[in-house]
Design a protein around this ligand. Structure first.
Ligand code: PMP
Length: 391
């Protein structure tokens, strides 16, 4: 029986583009397909034993299973303030993953038609949030040095007035690159001059396996809300993320949050607080992830160089989970069908395009497969390219 409820989506929801990636993941879940498509951290590197011991200890106290305040459990806010280098705990609010931080910020601060600037290619979860408030969206190309601040300056000089600029500063999803120090300083300067707010989305910054870390944009301006998350460093299912930023923005988000889900999970936040506060354990744990991702990234890029060298250009990852590949002359959406037939999956670049097309690009994740599987995945990708060439 089907119910004819005749409900149409709200205007706001009608404006949200469905995630092509979610749909694609279904295709790639077939057995025998090596998936470089996902955006998940490696399951075997989640510290399950340590989390379960901590969870057992924490939940022995019934207070850990009670509601908490909307800004989050104070002891966890303090640990997170220390983790992100913020002095005032009033600048920190805990969320249900950093995705919720994006949602809360957009709904607390934006009206329909407000201009929001995002990255091109974009983190699709951010695009969906800004579409859900019916913002006017423009997208700045991501260059090798992060978002194109020169173009942004020209837009501003021509009279564009963004309310918010969202950017992924480290190991971009999907573009793989990080913003240089000068990009960060210039973006912060422009925020101060033109009065927009920067949402600096940084779930991957701790996953650096090469090169030197760079101070966040937030170090250069007060007009920045910095987002972080336990998802990639501990476990996504804990659903603990955070924002740190100006206390007045935090206050608005706190007010909105009461009507969204009252509060986050006291229990999860206490578990995360214990794990992040054990500096020795956490440093060792994160080193293991970094080393493993580093060798996986190296296996992927050397396979790309050896197997597809003449056909592709790609970013050389220094951290995070993604490698962004360009295959001039190849329609990567068409390639995906051949690739799945050959037993490998990726996300076509078109899924991430806002103003640009990226039809000849693809995102490869190196986080979840072993070096041997990654090499085999690239071999299968080359088979698919050869089939497409013949077709
Ligand atoms: N921002 C970016 C750039 C991401 O890639 C992701 C997840 N893939 C998120 C935010 C949201 O992550 P979470 O809600 O698990 O913290």
């Amino acid at each position: 029986m089907t119910l004819d409820l005749a409900y149409a989506p709200s205007d706001a929801l009608a404006n949200v583009r469905g995630s092509a990636i979610r749909d694609l993941l279904k295709l790639t879940e077939q057995p025998n397909v090596l998936s470089l498509a996902g955006g998940l951290p490696a399951t075997e590197l989640i510290p399950a034993q340590r989390i379960s011991e901590t969870a057992a200890r924490v939940s022995a106290d019934p207070a850990a299973l009670q509601y908490t305040v909307s800004a989050g459990v104070m002891s966890c806010r303090e640990v997170v303030a220390d983790y992100v280098g913020v002095r005032d705990v009033g600048q920190v609010l805990l969320t249900h993953g950093s995705q919720q931080a994006l949602f809360l910020l957009a709904h607390a601060l934006l009206n329909p038609g407000d201009l929001v600037v995002v990255d091109d290619p974009v983190y699709v979860g951010a695009l969906q949030v800004f579409q859900s408030v019916r913002a006017r969206i423009r997208a700045l190309p991501i260059t090798a040095h992060g978002l194109d601040v020169d173009l942004l300056r020209r837009w501003l000089e021509a009279g564009e007035r963004p309310r918010i600029i969202h950017t992924v500063s480290n190991f971009h999803n999907p573009a793989g690159v990080s913003a240089s120090r000068s990009t960060r300083i210039e973006l912060a300067r422009l925020a101060d001059e033109y009065g927009f707010l920067i949402i600096e989305d940084d779930p991957y910054g701790r996953l650096r396996f090469a090169g030197r870390s760079i101070e966040p944009i937030a170090a250069h301006s007060d007009r920045v809300v910095l987002l972080g998350s336990a998802s990639k460093v501990l476990a996504p299912a804990l659903r603990v993320g955070w924002m740190s930023g100006p206390p007045d923005v935090i206050g608005l988000v706190e007010r909105l949050r009461q009507g969204v889900d009252l509060c986050g999970s006291t229990f999860s936040q206490l578990v995360v607080a214990e794990l992040l506060a054990d500096h020795t354990w956490f440093a060792e744990h994160i080193d293991v992830i970094r080393q493993e991702y580093g060798s996986r990234a190296a296996a992927l890029t050397s396979a790309l160089r050896e197997t597809l060298g003449g056909r592709v250009t790609f970013t050389d990852p220094e951290g995070g989970m993604f490698c962004w590949v360009r295959m001039p002359g190849v329609d990567t959406s068409a390639l995906l069908l051949e690739a799945v037939a050959a037993g490998v999956a990726f996300v076509p670049g078109a899924a991430f395009g806002v103003e640009a097309d990226f039809g000849d690009c693809l995102r490869l994740s190196f986080a979840t497969l072993t070096p041997d599987e990654l090499a085999e995945g690239v071999r299968r990708l080359a088979v698919a390219v050869a089939v497409l060439d013949r077709g």
